[in-house]
Design a protein around this ligand. Structure first.
Ligand code: S3P
Length: 166
């Protein structure tokens, strides 16, 4: 199967964007991010899409953005944290080199900070992150070929482990 060299999945705060940049640099490949694709196509932020049109609308945009990127991108691809929730996306990921970047609750909360720009974290950040990790970890594991721990490790160390394994 062609498509991206690697697809990074995992929750907010797992370091998908940073690790994608390190891998892209090391491999000399372009990096693409489905959140950025959606923002560029819509001309507004993820937060604004959630507020104006609701999460369900964002998820439809996301299914299409992931399908398009899987089809046309051959570099490193990072998906938004909730992309794997849609069964159409999970199906589209089958056969791709999917890596789940795992992060523990304390580290994820530290990395997302106040949750700025992340509509799903409004309110109690720790409780929201915990609920998302509990709900989604089995889903990330189900689509991933490789799981890499990111707690107490630099993006470079995470990227090296991916490069050794894939
Ligand atoms: C989301 C994660 C975000 C973004 C949106 C929803 C989620 O992407 O797609 O705010 O449902 O986990 P990142 O994981 O890149 O922050």
């Amino acid at each position: 199967m062609t498509g991206p060299r690697v697809v990074l999945v995992g929750p907010m705060g797992a370091g998908k964007s940073t690790v994608a940049e390190v891998l892209g640099e090391a491999w000399g490949l372009e990096v693409r991010d489905t959140d950025q694709d959606i923002v560029a196509a819509q001309g507004r932020s993820v937060q604004d899409i959630f507020v104006d049109d609701g999460e369900a609308h964002f998820r439809e945009l996301e299914v299409a953005a992931v399908a398009k990127a899987l089809d046309e991108h051959h570099g490193v691809l990072a998906l938004g944290g909730g992309a794997v929730l849609d069964p159409r996306t999970r199906e589209a990921l089958a056969g791709h080199r999917v890596v789940f970047l795992r992060v523990g609750l304390a580290e994820a909360v530290k990395r997302v900070g106040l949750g700025t720009g992340r509509p799903l974290l409004l309110g109690n950040v720790r409780a929201r992150v915990k609920a998302l990790l509990d709900e989604r970890t089995p889903v990330y594991e189900s689509v991933a070929r490789l799981t890499v721990d990111t707690d107490e490790r630099t993006p470079q160390q995470v990227a090296e482990e991916i490069m050794e394994a894939l």
